[in-house]
Design a protein around this ligand. Sequence first.
Ligand code: NI
Length: 139
Amino acid sequence: MESELSRIGVSLPDILLDKFDVIINSRGYSSRSEGIRDAIRGYIRYYDWMSDIEGDRAGNITLAYNHNQRGVEDLLANIQHEYTDIIQSTVHLHLDHDHCMEVIILKGEGKRMKAIFENLVRNKGLQHVKLNTIVPAEI
Ligand code: NI
């Protein structure tokens, strides 16, 4: 139940808070607190969904990064070479002079997909790391 309320203090960069305020205003939240509660619920739902990923899956991981950032391309290559059992293909898109997007196409054990995702999402040099999977047997 969510009836008991706790008060917490959170420090955020101004730019992050400004972007958040724009979103909660456009979505009609009555207060910043309500927007933050909803964001936390979404975060929890996402991790609950993530914990259910296992067994045979097909999926992809999409991410973006600035390729001038030292070490980021090496890291990406090293991680991908650890998971050759489930990586079917990788599509690389040069977005502009500095930025790249990569889509890693996966088929195999869902737990292995989560392991790659957790490995990538921990790295501060990579942005917009998203995992999406489907269950082939349920199509
Ligand atoms: Ni590129």
